[in-house]
Ligand binder design. Structure first.
Ligand SMILES: Nc1ncnc2c1ncn2[C@@H]1O[C@H](COP(=O)(O)OP(=O)(O)OP(=O)(O)O)[C@@H](O)[C@H]1O
Ligand SMILES: [Mg+2]
Length: 262
């Protein structure tokens, strides 16, 4: 374990229109590990990731990247800082009007003044890394969901990031494609030594890739530990998240009182 975490949150708070979403989040993600954030829908997982790359600014608390305080870096400072990050957005978020080639080349064009030949070579390498060699000329609309996600990963690694953030990288994918994404996350960590932060509801992915994981609930990290320890230990909060024991279906659904004629 390195002395300085890749990403550290201390008491991070975020309120949207009077609604507290993060209520004192503490996290320390070590260099080179794959760290998974679990939590119910709307618990603030995507909001957490967006704080890590300065797309949202904390109302209180402190955020450090490789020991540097980035809490109030501002947009201009983040332009430089963000080069160290790759982000795979929840919806794949490809530019539909651009070809696969232009999608993957986009961050390179945005951040570096490279010759076209070098950009072409880098795009080829990135598509190769995600198992999609030769699809440069396709439009996003011509891709399957799994291919779109993988192009999203190719774009995220274009600038050789030290840290990759994955927001629900397997949502909407079939089991084979989900496993392929899991293997890709492991391969990028092994080959490039990147630090990975994964947000997911997919417990198979979680078990396949995580070194450590954390559960976000009521605006705080309520459980954090090695992935192995969760398989062996009984955590009431974790069991509750997995089995939904504190959130039973309303009785109307189970009884005959549903809406008439439906
Ligand atoms: N930019 C924003 N402005 C206002 N409210 C926001 C904003 N971003 C997120 N929220 C709110 O913050 C809460 C947490 O949202 P977030 O997207 O982080 O949830 P999540 O845990 O990623 O959920 P899911 O698993 O469904 O993706 C939600 O109530 C959401 O409406
Ligand atoms: Mg989300």
């Amino acid at each position: 374990m390195s002395a300085v975490p890749a990403i550290a949150f201390q008491g991070v708070r975020k309120v949207f229109r009077g609604k507290p979403v993060l209520q004192g989040v503490d996290l320390a993600i070590e260099v080179g590990e794959t760290f998974t954030i679990l939590g119910g829908s709307g618990s603030g997982k995507s909001v957490c990731l967006k704080h890590m790359i300065g797309l949202l600014e904390a109302d209180a608390g402190e955020i450090r990247v490789d020991g540097r305080d980035v809490t109030h870096l501002g947009e201009r400072g983040w332009v430089e800082e963000r080069k160290r990050f790759g982000m795979v957005f929840q919806s794949a978020a490809l530019f539909d009007s651009l070809s696969v080639y232009e999608n993957v080349a986009y961050p390179i064009r945005e951040h570096r003044l490279d010759e076209e030949a070098r950009i072409r070579e880098r795009v080829r390498q990135c598509l190769d890394a995600v198992g999609l060699a030769g699809v440069e000329s396709l439009q996003p609309s011509e891709l399957s969901g799994g291919m779109r996600k993988r192009v999203g990963v190719a774009r995220a690694i274009a600038l050789e990031p030290a840290i990759i953030l994955y927001d629900e990288p397997t949502t909407g994918l079939d089991p084979a494609n989900s496993r392929r994404i899991g293997r890709l996350i492991q391969k990028l960590q092994a080959d490039l030594g990147v630090t990975s932060v994964v947000v997911t509801h997919d417990m198979e992915l979680c078990h396949a890739v995580s070194d450590r994981l954390a559960l976000l609930r009521d605006g705080r990290i309520v459980v954090e530990g090695s992935a192995a320890s969760f398989r062996e230990t009984e955590h009431p909060e974790m069991r509750d998240f997995l089995e939904g024991t504190s959130d039973p279906l309303p009785p109307a659904i189970a009884s005959t009182q549903g809406p008439a004629g439906v």
